[in-house]
Write a protein that binds this ligand. Structure first.
Ligand code: C2E
Ligand code: MG
Ligand code: MG
Ligand code: MG
Length: 287
C-alpha cells in the first residue's frame, strides 16, 4: 500500500510540476510580448531627506499593464524574466526609459534596480555607458540598486563590473538590507555608496529591541564607511521618527509617497513633503 501511495504522490507531483512549468513558460511568453508591445511602464517613488523632508531622489519601479487587466507585480515577473534571461533586455529598456524620464527632474537623483542576472552579464557596463551617452543623463545623478545576491554568486566579475560603472560616476546602493543573508560583515567586504534598510527590518526594529540593535549597528557601520542610509517601507509617523533618530539620511515609504506615474512627480519637487494623509485631507477640503 505504501508503495502505491508513493507512486500516486509522485504522479501528482509530476502533474503539478508540469502544470506550473507550463504556467511559467506561458508567463515568459507573455513577458516577451509585453516588452515588444510596450506593456511595461515605470512608476517612481520619491525618497525624502530625513531632516528637510524635501524630495532628493526617485526610485523607478516597473509596472505591467496587461491587456487582460490582471495585476502582476515585479516581485512575480522579475524572477521569471531572470530565469529566462529576458531580464537583460527588460533591464536595458528600464534604464533607457528611466534616464529619459528623469532628465526633466533636475537636481534629484534617480535610482534604478538592477538584478543579479544583469550584473552577471559582462556586456552590462558598456550597455549602461551607451545609455548614459544616448540619453544625456548625468551619470552622477544615477544610482544602481543591487542586492547581495549579485555579489555572492560571482564576486570577482561583479566587482569588476561595479568598478567600471563607478568609473562613470554612478553610485551603487545595497538594496533590501536586513533580509536574506546580508550581514554587517558584508558591508565591510564590499563598497557601497548607499545602504537601503528593507521594510521588514524597519518594521521589526519598531517592534523588538534585538532588531532595533541590529538596525542601529548597521547604521553605525554604514556611517563609518561613509555610506548614506535610506529606510524603506516607512508607513507610520512612529517609524519615521525612529529611523530619523537612528540616523537615516533618507526616508522612502507610503507615509510620504507611493510609486506614481512620471507626470505626477514634478509637483512634489519644491519644498518639504507632506505626509500622504495630510495631502489627502487637504485635497478633500479643497474639493
Ligand atoms: P525594491 O527595490 O525593494 O522596491 C521597494 C518595494 O517596496 C516596491 O515594491 C515599493 O512599491 C514597495 N514599497 C515602498 N514603500 C512601501 C511601504 O511603505 N509599504 C509597503 N508595504 N511597500 C512599500 P514593488 O514596486 O512591488 O517592487 C518590488 C520589487 O521588484 C522591488 O523591490 C525590486 O526588487 C523589483 N523591481 C521593481 N522594478 C524593477 C526593475 O525595474 N528591475 C529590477 N531588476 N527589479 C525591479
Ligand atoms: Mg530597490
Ligand atoms: Mg528594497
Ligand atoms: Mg524589496
Amino acid at each position: 500500500a505504501s508503495k502505491r501511495g508513493g507512486k500516486m504522490r509522485c504522479t501528482w507531483f509530476n502533474e503539478a510540476f508540469d502544470r506550473s512549468r507550463d504556467a511559467l513558460r506561458e508567463l515568459d511568453e507573455d513577458l516577451r510580448r509585453a516588452l515588444a508591445q510596450g506593456e511595461f511602464v515605470l512608476h517612481y517613488q520619491p525618497l525624502v531627506d530625513a531632516r528637510t523632508r524635501e524630495v532628493v531622489a526617485v526610485e523607478s519601479l516597473m509596472r505591467w499593464n496587461r491587456p487582460d487587466g490582471k495585476a502582476i507585480g515585479p516581485n512575480i515577473f522579475i524572477p521569471i524574466a531572470e530565469e529566462s534571461g529576458l531580464i537583460n533586455a527588460i533591464g536595458l529598456w528600464v534604464l533607457r526609459q528611466a534616464c529619459t524620464d528623469a532628465l526633466q527632474w533636475s537636481g534629484i537623483k534617480l535610482s534604478v534596480n538592477i538584478s543579479a542576472a544583469q550584473l552577471r552579464n559582462p556586456e552590462f557596463p558598456i550597455q549602461l555607458g551607451d545609455i548614459l551617452e544616448e540619453t544625456g543623463f548625468p551619470s552622477d545623478r544615477l544610482e544602481l540598486e543591487i542586492t547581495e545576491t549579485s555579489l555572492v554568486l560571482d564576486p570577482v566579475i561583479a566587482e569588476r563590473s561595479l568598478d567600471v560603472i563607478r568609473g562613470f560616476g554612478v553610485n551603487i546602493s545595497l538594496d533590501d538590507f536586513g533580509t536574506g543573508y546580508a550581514s554587517i560583515g558584508f558591508l565591510r567586504q564590499f563598497r557601497f555608496e548607499k545602504l537601503k534598510l528593507d521594510r521588514s527590518l524597519v518594521v521589526q526594529a519598531s517592534e523588538d529591541d534585538g532588531s532595533r540593535a541590529m538596525m542601529l549597528s548597521s547604521i553605525t557601520v554604514a556611517r563609518a564607511m561613509k555610506m548614506d542610509v535610506t529606510a524603506e517601507g516607512v508607513e507610520t509617523q512612529e517609524q519615521a521618527d525612529m529611523v530619523r533618530a537612528a540616523g537615516c539620511d533618507q526616508i522612502q515609504g507610503w507615509l510620504y509617497f507611493k510609486a506614481m506615474p512620471p507626470e505626477d512627480i514634478a509637483q512634489y519637487l519644491s519644498g518639504p513633503a507632506e505626509t500622504a494623509a495630510a495631502r489627502e485631507t487637504a485635497r478633500k477640503k479643497s474639493a
